[in-house]
Design a binder for this molecule. Structure first.
Ligand code: DAH
Length: 333
């Protein structure tokens, strides 16, 4: 029996030496020390022994059993240690590695331009106004002296929702809305916003673009005020050395009407906005007496200004949201 037990111990030691894995270790332990293991089987044979031999052999088996348990315990600890070290190694953090960069967004270039222009006009005491993009025929045309069938309507083909509602073709309807709201009081507003035309998109045309409408109404407002305001604005936006040129033009809602050109860096005059003195009919429809008050108005093309200032070669760049393009303009306030 002694020999048998020592052989079991030896075999177990050898098996343990090869063991690399905690799961297999448990199986091995069951084979030796489990209910159906070798030690349990030896215990079963005790009952066949004489009363004299029983305690001796029983003691012997118990000793070996304890040794085996100690061996398994030691091996378990060793394997667990290895596992912990492996884990520590694989999860090690190298604090000298560069961190993950979070990219910070910025306002879209169009928003930046609009905010820049707003800041200038706020400085002159203007209020910022808003108006609906889905507009009625009444405000988009009628109230601006463009009655049904007026030939100038053809220049502003739009997207109609029904015969009386359309996507506004310009920000000018906000002029009429503001006049009606203000109950005959003086007005000094700008209105930035999106406008829509039924145009085919190309390098210089977009069916959606932005305008900034301006309207000033009060006593003794003259064309000189208009020109002074626009010159100050252009020099704020493009630089003090820029000059502007006013060319006679036609808009149904202003009389006289002008087209404003700015002198470009390439030495050419480039049209950037339309303007004029508010037409007496428009004043009347808005509840003002053209004999007592006058007004000037202007409509700035936002993309137009951006293209000139930032040397952008295609108006569609504002709307295709190519991050590589937009990332170049991370300024803003
Ligand atoms: N609404 C005009 C357009 O979209 C631009 C314009 C011209 C606005 C003259 C004005 C103005 O307020 O006085 O073409």
């Amino acid at each position: 029996m002694q020999e048998k037990l020592e052989n079991i111990l030896k075999a177990c030691e050898q098996a343990l030496e090869k063991e690399q894995n905690l799961n297999d270790l448990n199986n091995l332990k069951a084979a030796y020390l489990g209910k159906k293991g070798e030690i349990a089987a030896l215990m079963m044979t005790l009952k066949d022994l004489s009363n004299e031999e029983k305690p001796k052999v029983g003691k012997l088996i118990n000793e070996i059993k304890q040794q085996l348990e100690a061996l398994f315990e030691a091996k378990r600890n060793a394997l667990e240690q290895v596992e912990i070290e492996k884990k520590l190694k694989s999860e090690a953090i190298d604090v000298t590695l560069p961190g993950l960069k979070k990219s910070v967004g910025s306002a879209h270039l169009l928003s930046q331009i609009v905010e820049d222009i707003e800041a200038f006009f706020i400085g002159l005491g203007y209020e910022i106004k808003d108006g609906p993009e889905v507009e009625s025929d009444h405000y988009n045309f009628e109230m601006l002296n463009l009655e049904q069938g007026h030939p100038a309507r053809a220049m502003q083909d739009s997207f109609y929702i029904d015969p009386n509602r359309l996507l506004r073709t310009h920000t000018s309807p906000v002029q009429a809305r503001t006049m009606l709201e203000s109950g005959g009081n003086p007005i000094k507003i700008i209105c930035p916003g999106k406008v829509y035309r039924r145009d085919d998109d190309d390098q210089t045309h977009s069916h959606q673009f932005m305008q900034i409408e301006g309207l000033v109404i009060g006593e003794k407002i003259s064309m000189a005020n208009l020109k002074g305001t626009l010159l100050a604005f252009i020099q704020y936006f493009f630089g003090k050395d820029r000059n502007i040129r006013l060319r006679p033009s036609y808009f149904p809602f202003t009389e006289p009407s002008v087209e404003v050109d700015v002198y470009s860096e390439e030495g050419k005059w480039i049209e950037v906005l339309g303007a004029g003195m508010v037409h007496p009919n428009v004043l009347k429809m808005g509840g003002y007496d053209p004999e007592k008050v006058q007004g000037f108005a202007f409509g700035i093309g936002v993309e137009r200004l951006g293209i000139l200032k930032y040397h952008i070669d295609d108006i569609r760049q504002f709307y295709t949201n190519d991050i590589r393009f937009l990332k170049q303009f991370k300024g803003g306030r």
